[in-house]
Ligand binder design. Sequence first.
Ligand SMILES: [Cu+2]
Length: 344
Amino acid sequence: MRRGAILSLVAIGLIVGAAVTAVAVLVDWLPEQASKERERIDFVFWFTTAICIAIFALVAAVMLYAVVKFRARPDDDSDGRPIHGHTGLEIAWTAVPAVLVTGIAIVSTVALAQNDRSSGTPMSIEVTARQFAWSFKYLDEQDLTSTTLRLPVDQPVKLTLKASDVIHSFWVKEFGQKQDAVPGMVTTLRITPTKVGRFSVICTELCGLGHAFMRSKAVVMERAQYEQWISEQRQALNGSPGQAGKAVFAQNSCGGCHTFTPAGSKSEVGPNLDRLAAQAKGPGQPLEQFVRESIVKPDAYVERGFSADLMPETYDQLPKDQLDALVQYLTSPASPKKSKKEGR
Ligand SMILES: [Cu+2]
């Protein structure tokens, strides 16, 4: 090949490569990066993208050059020269992609293997997925149960995922990896958050009518703040029944849907819990039994005027002592007042 041809090819390749690189780098394609695992996934992504850009530039350069250089002139009606293969080229375009694809496979395998291993001792949290809600149980913290996933920054976490009805999938896009929650088996996912912030927990497996609303929050906190939150919860759980019930009520977002004056909540998605005694007369059950059943099996009795599909059915995951405290908190009007005084 002549020198001029090679120079033109290189020039076109560089221009195309620069343009495509600008599109890849200048546009903010990926979500915010907030975990070590995401960093590794993003590395694989950029590694692959770089290879794609190089190949694209090469192909575009040869194509553009050929289109201009070998185009038919207006008065040229002759046939082109017949060409029969080119062994050198064929070996090259087989061997080079094979090497590149193998490289991508190796880099991905290393990233996946590292993401499946925690550095240091991970914190254990059990995640329960159910149509259409998430529940998080802190196995190292007396099974403290919450509907929000709170994590200390830079601390490796091991999530064990369970599903109680159909297949769901846990995903926080800032953390990277997804993991399915499958009925009848336990799956695991490791996360090491690297950024303080609030992120969305999303179900990414179409799991029924309420799938789009199957969301929760992952809150990554400074270690000191997290420790404080945990110790407050621990104190509350071990405190008077009123305090414990109040903490369980708050951690499980009951106030997000129910009015309950002792907890200061005013939402009207579900029935007003200040009037439970009157409501228990509907199904004619003793108050305590009615409340307990309403929490673990919300559909057992549905108050007139409310939708049966709204209250999450994940609360049967509450450990017995937390459920007891919650029921007591909701049924004894005296304990909330008392706990207010003891509050601090
Ligand atoms: Cu789901």
